[in-house]
Design a protein. Sequence first.
Length: 356
Amino acid sequence: MTGYQILRLAAAIAGCLIAGGAKAQGLWRIDRPLQEMTIQAPSDIAARRQQLSQFIWGSDTPQPPSTVTRVSPGNSENGQQAPGYLGRTPETSVWLNFDLGRKLWARVYYATFPGAKCLVVVNAGHEEGFFPPSGFFAKRVNSKPGVDALVRQIAAKPCDLILNSMPLQGENRLANRDSGIDLDMPDIHRELGKNLTPATGSSLRYFLDPALGAIDHALRTRDYELVAAVGLSGGGWETTVLAALDPRIKRSYSVAGSVPVVFREEDADWEQHEVPLDYLDLYAMGVGESGRKNFQFYNEFDPCCFKQTSVMPWAAPLSQRLATFPGEFGVYIIAMANTHDIQPEVAKFILNDLSK
């Protein structure tokens, strides 16, 4: 099943908004909103996944760090009180530390709970972290209330958790404080692509290696019936790319994370432009196998990015095309939502879907 819904939004209003979008963006994008899409059928996905992997790693398959450089206790480190943030004490909790090369480091939090059969990767957005900040860590780190609430609800299900911040931000500010990199420079992610490129592949690997390496570690450690990923903003973008690359991720929930570039109404972050495929293709890659689900959520009046006018021209046509694909795709616009966060109704949707 595939769906496109504008929750609690009147059809008459929706029609007006579609017309406004057409005038602003050019009628051809409304008449042929999927013309940038290259995937016509599930059989096209393998080649696109290989193309994406080649661009990022210089290999036909993803090549994240094969080993964790260091595993350290996750109860408390440098002022980060991880278990208290979760609302319950994990059975085990560790920091997974990865050497990404070019003197870059990533640290990912991995917590397990008794009886958990699901693993959920939560990806933070720009300038966001997960844990109560102090000292150095407190500078330029925010925490979104909706994300925090969802993490605690996922832990209570219970599902095991991987909490992953973006490069040089959130928990990774702390991991790189002795790197010599100016962590307060503007547009630090563009610096990754300009001056800190890896020996092989693209700097996009700095965004993806920690999550994929953590998933590998978790799957070596425990058996799971379900692996899922969720993220807000830049974390929603990362969730979409991870799901496109890794079929092990059966459920992906992106909130205010991306739209096809030609429909953007604001400047894109460096990494969003760096992806060599159209986002329409990425969404399709997340539902190319049976049993997979890919949901894209947007806030109607999001003060940051991806308002409904950038979503509505392509959402219904893409949903119709992907209705024939093995997995389930859905686009949801949350009516009247005016915060750049995960709304309570979206959290409820995700929690219910994780139970199916």
